[in-house]
Design a protein around this ligand. Structure first.
Ligand code: PLP
Length: 358
């Protein structure tokens, strides 16, 4: 008789629930930091053409020369640095954590931070240290430096801006952390298109720095492409753990074509930023809410009753993220992704009505 999952699967895995994606059929979908805009028709036709001609009978070329050239040109990545491609930046986090996962290695990040940092640490069996942010979600650099001195982390992840708060931590604080860290520091710039600040320029200064980005928040969440930039010594090692064909042929081709028209995505990011500022101002006029300043494409808001606001908005056809799940500092917080002007009008109306209920 063979043993079932309760004997074979690790206890900590069996105790988890799978990543939950909320059903969004027919809803105004403002829960996942997606770009609400489609691509312009001529660019969509161009994509149609490259997809029609793709050699999908062949495995992708893992060195992806055309995309690499385009990415380096558009993102200003110097030839002295290596680039790692991932099936989303989620996969890059996974790869990096696996690379450092020897007994005793510690993963450290702010708390709250992007959920997958702790998930991948747990999958790899590594201790995870979350350093509490200040109540306004700014970085407590002193606490961070103390935690680094005590725990000597193999890798530090910092999301810049932070998800779920939208906070852009002070670059002096981060620089001190990178200088003090005994291991690798990964700056996760998933929201760089909105924040427009980067540590990419400081790779020369810090040998232990890797900058990670994704095309997801920029408008290409569906094709799954993330990348990490750093000294070739780091990237070479990460590449050994990367599954050889992790980024598929269609993603490589479509990303290259869309990045050739980066101005389109950049203009969309600018209008999302303008909408964020408008929504921020409107939300601040409502009674009983605390709006946290954001440099990303979403806004974190504390309300008197997160469950009521979340459910009230859902009944009105607007899907957001309820973050009142026991994570410290996020009591009664909800996160609103910025949509189109029309979606934001509906979001604001539903939010105000749900807030006034009960
Ligand atoms: C969304 C997000 C990611 C993951 O992006 P993918 O490339 O879609 O996997 C990584 N880091 C942060 C902080 C994010 O918010």
């Amino acid at each position: 008789m063979s043993a079932g999952p309760e004997k074979i699967i690790r206890d900590d895995i069996r105790a988890l629930s799978a990543y939950h994606v909320q059903p969004a059929q027919g809803m105004v979908k403002l829960d996942a930091m997606e770009n609400p805009y489609r691509l312009p028709e001529p660019l969509r036709r161009e994509i149609g053409e490259v997809v029609a001609n793709a050699e999908i009978n062949r495995y992708p070329d893992p060195t992806a020369p055309a995309l690499m050239r385009r990415l380096r040109e558009v993102m200003g990545i110097g030839p002295e640095y290596g680039v790692l491609l991932g099936n989303g930046s989620d996969e890059i986090i996974h790869i990096i954590v696996q690379c450092v996962a020897r007994p005793g290695a510690v993963v450290l990040a702010p708390r709250p931070a992007f959920f997958m940092f702790s998930q991948y640490a747990q999958f790899a069996g590594l201790p995870y240290v979350g350093v509490l942010l200040n109540p306004d979600f700014t970085l407590d650099a002193g606490a961070f430096l103390r935690a680094i001195a005590e725990r000597r982390p193999a890798v530090v992840f910092i999301d810049y801006p932070n998800n779920p708060s939208g906070t852009l931590f002070s670059d002096q604080g981060i620089a001190r952390i990178i200088a003090a860290a005994p291991g690798l520091v990964v700056i996760d710039e998933a929201y760089n298109p909105f924040a427009r600040k980067t540590f990419m320029m400081r790779l020369a200064e810090f040998p232990n720095l890797v900058v990670m980005r994704t095309l997801s928040k920029l408008g290409l969440a569906g094709i799954r492409l993330g990348y990490a930039v750093g000294r070739p010594e780091w990237i070479r090692e990460f590449n050994k753990v990367r599954p050889p064909y992790n980024v598929n042929v269609l993603t490589l081709l479509v990303a290259e074509r869309v990045l050739a028209h980066y101005d389109v995505l950049d203009a969309q990011a600018r209008s999302i930023n303008a909408e964020r500022e408008r929504l921020d101002g409107e939300l601040r006029k409502l009674p009983g809410v605390t709006v946290f300043p954001s440099d990303a494409n979403f806004i974190l808001v504390r309300v008197p009753d997160a469950r009521r606001v979340f459910e009230g908005m859902r009944r009105r056809g607007v899907l957001i993220k309820n973050l009142h799940t026991g994570v410290p500092l996020l009591d009664h917080c909800v996160r609103l992704t910025i949509g189109t002007p029309e979606e934001n009008r509906r979001c604001l109306a539903a939010f105000a009505e749900a807030l006034a209920e009960g």
